[in-house]
Design a protein around this ligand. Sequence first.
Ligand code: BYC
Length: 474
Amino acid sequence: MASTSVDLDSKIPNNVGLAHDTKLRRALERWLPNYLEWWNDMGPTDFADKPVYLRTAISVDNEGWANYGHVKMPDYRWGIFLNPRDPSESKIRCGDDAGREAWHEIPGEHRNALRRIIVTQADTEPASVEQQRLLGHTAPSLYDMRNLFQVNVEEGRHLWAMVYLLHKYFGRDGRDEADELLNRRSGDPDKPRILGAFNQPCDHWLSFFAFTMFTDRDGKFQLAALAESGFDPLARSTEFMLTEEAHHLFVGQTGLQRIIQRSCELYKLDPNNDIRAQGGIDFDLIQRTINYWFSYSLDLFGGEISNNAADFFGAGLKGRFRERKKYEDHVALHGNYQLPVVEDGKLIEKGIPLRNAMNAVLRDEYIADCAKAVRKWNKVLEKEGLDVRLTLPNARFHRHQGIYAGHFFNPAGELIDEAAFEAQRDQWLLVPADNDYLHSIMKPVYEPGKFANWIAAPARGIEGQAGDFEYVRL
Ligand code: BYC
């Protein structure tokens, strides 16, 4: 056991005093082999023995949080970090007790709610790794393959971050929940992952880029809301996760932008402007992919009118995006949120008490952030002289959670009937025929510096590496 403890300390970089916390160390020693077994079974297939140019966080300071070097993925050091926080900022930031000292242990009355929030967040991390496990086989370049694996190992680390909280603060229930996180499987009808988007297939690169653009971006906003939590270890854990999350969003946003760039080139190259004839990805297909992943990602915010959200906010467990910096009234007991709701077959505006609309408030911040990326993509189209433009569908379109679920809307947000929706489904959403086409063009490109025909090269390499750098040593 003693040598395992030493191994564990060198294997798990941390700033949570793991070396001196016997109970926690024992719990993690028990969990680690199960985690590695899960990684081997459900993580990226077949590339375990290939060194990948990865960044590893070994501490929270500027030098430590991004250490680059070639590492085999099973040897990646999944660390546990809490962002440093000035004690004066360690306050409950929203709700009935806003301004009071933050909790450093779990308050009994909020134990269940906090466990549920942490488990829901934790569950998404291994789920996304499972969804993406086959993508290495069709990587459009070594650069992209490396980015995929970077995202995967960091989602693994984010699972560690949440499992640390479960083991440290929730006793036996926490240990059971940590075990369950390794037992559920994305897309498995008998033991699915908790949230809808994490059970959808993500088995080609157009979906991968849309997932990291839209679904990881939900992660950004959920993590930012949890970084405002009155439970100090959760707030500081998620704050550190956000530093890594930025790269995942970069991968998604620039991945789609590089596809758009290349599609413009192929459009001009073809005598009939037929992008598919050139083996590329046409703009309608890109739009359908945006519609699909954006709408599933909106579901991750939960219902627009939510008692859970009101309770979480009121208790100080989950704030708004940049709660402390952006808002003056942290109690939010007054004021309404205007929301179009369906009544008697029509859309009418209703005022919802602000606390009950907290999921919608967070979702609006998310939509504004997505819209910025879409504007950048449209700049590419404009610069290339094409008339086509990409858009975000209305937030009511294709929803499975919240007040619009069970109703049917077109991408402009107009109420329609089910037959009209189904008749146009294959013009609005990614359908099996699209996936077949995408699978047919996605062949791996493993030569350093080369890229698949359907995507442009990135503007620059990772960490200033040259264009022909060997990001993955195959
Ligand atoms: N799918 O009151 P409601 C990330 C359930 S992503 C299935 O409307 P609430 C990442 C809900 O559980 C960020 N079920 O919603 C990205 C509830 O069930 P019960 C993940 C859903 O609770 C990429 C019922 O519907 N972070 O990090 O206010 C790669 C009514 O719920 C869904 C978090 O999720 C759904 N989409 O809000 C890797 C943060 N939505 O109680 C990582 C923690 C709702 O009736 N989670 N339901 O059985 C939360 O804050 C909240 O649980 C939610 C839901 C925002 C998810």
